[in-house]
Design a protein around this ligand. Structure first.
Ligand SMILES: [Ca+2]
Ligand SMILES: [Ca+2]
Length: 150
């Protein structure tokens, strides 16, 4: 159910929302978050971290980053349930990917990243990279949220 609270929240992000087919995509960029907290925030918008189903949406999202001189944003892709088995939090099938070369590599960079990398970012160069989005790792980025318009 779409509450007045959700509509108010969506309005706050109108400047960084675009519509493609039946979905709205929001780049939430003012308060960067861990992937875990970004996902919680997506729910406040009555949505989910975004699924990128094809090259069109990938390009539209990357262009949002470029327009704001941002380089990195979380999307709704994770292998936290099973290493190397990436899935969309929306439940959509993973039929399209745009990994950068040598990604996903699950590479731990710091002791805080000992669990490896289980959450995916989209970069402004259009490519994807797995990164550590657990809250205690402290990697905070803007993020893309999607919600349905039907
Ligand atoms: Ca992983
Ligand atoms: Ca990586």
């Amino acid at each position: 159910m779409i509450t007045a609270e959700i509509l108010k929240k969506r309005k706050e992000h109108a400047d960084s929302t675009f519509v493609h087919e039946d979905m709205s995509y929001v780049l939430v960029y003012r308060n960067p978050k861990s992937w875990e907290n970004a996902r919680s925030y997506a729910r406040l918008l009555g949505g989910e971290l975004a699924t990128i189903p094809n090259d069109i949406v990938n390009t539209l999202c990357a262009e949002q980053l470029i327009a704001r001189k941002l380089t990195t944003a979380w999307i709704g892709l994770t292998d936290q349930n099973e290493e190397r088995n990436f899935s969309w939090v929306s439940g959509a099938p993973l039929t399209y990917t745009h990994w950068l070369r040598r990604e996903p590599n699950n590479r731990a960079r710091k002791p805080a990243d000992s669990r490896g990398e289980d959450h995916v970012v989209l970069h402004s160069n259009y490519g994807w990279n797995d990164h550590n989005g657990y809250e205690d790792a402290g990697h905070y980025f803007p993020f893309f949220v999607e919600y349905s318009n039907i």
